[in-house]
Write a protein of this length. Sequence first.
Length: 226
Amino acid sequence: MTITKFVNNPLIKEFNGLKRFFRKYETDVSKERILDFKHFTSMINSSGDKVAFDLLGSVNFGQAERYSDADVIIYLDCDEPGITECGAESCEKYKLYKKLLMNTLVYEYANNTYKVEFVDCINLRQLERDIIDTKTDSFTIVKFAFYRSICRGINRSVLRYYENLLMNNEELCDAIETALEDCFRGLTKTSQHSYSFRKYMERLEHNKGFKVPESVAQKVKSYLWK
């Protein structure tokens, strides 16, 4: 999902256009991983708490294979004292859900075990406060806007409230757009990002038996050389 305010940002639009191409040829493994995470969030919701995810990497592009890691952003109401950024190792709720995810979802619900890589954790209480306070220097807001612009959300009903809260604050959206673009530019310059695109194209050629159109290959090259 792209937050409406940023949908026509050239960098975001270009990235999501490429992502849509790869998702047209989504693997069964990608679909299974998504169902795994939906199962997990449903289990947490039934307990009265809330958790949501954004999926990055190969699952986001629909190109996951059996040996692929699942790269995730986790959203939760952290239980640390005060309203602060989620301290991954000091937040007991984060550690609990990480353990549950690894032991319950991956080893019991999943058809095949796989590694889950926790890339980031966002404290929804802090996110809400920073948006309401129009905190233009909040890195938490920038990260949320970045992830929501490019990733694949799980349990969107939880995230939608914060998306709408941000979209309704035009001053804040205008203030963070430059920082959001800086995140994209930083991403495109990493060797890992370039490698991922090459890997996805190779998987299409190997698994689907066709060559990625030259027009798409050129778009990937142009995107990576921004």
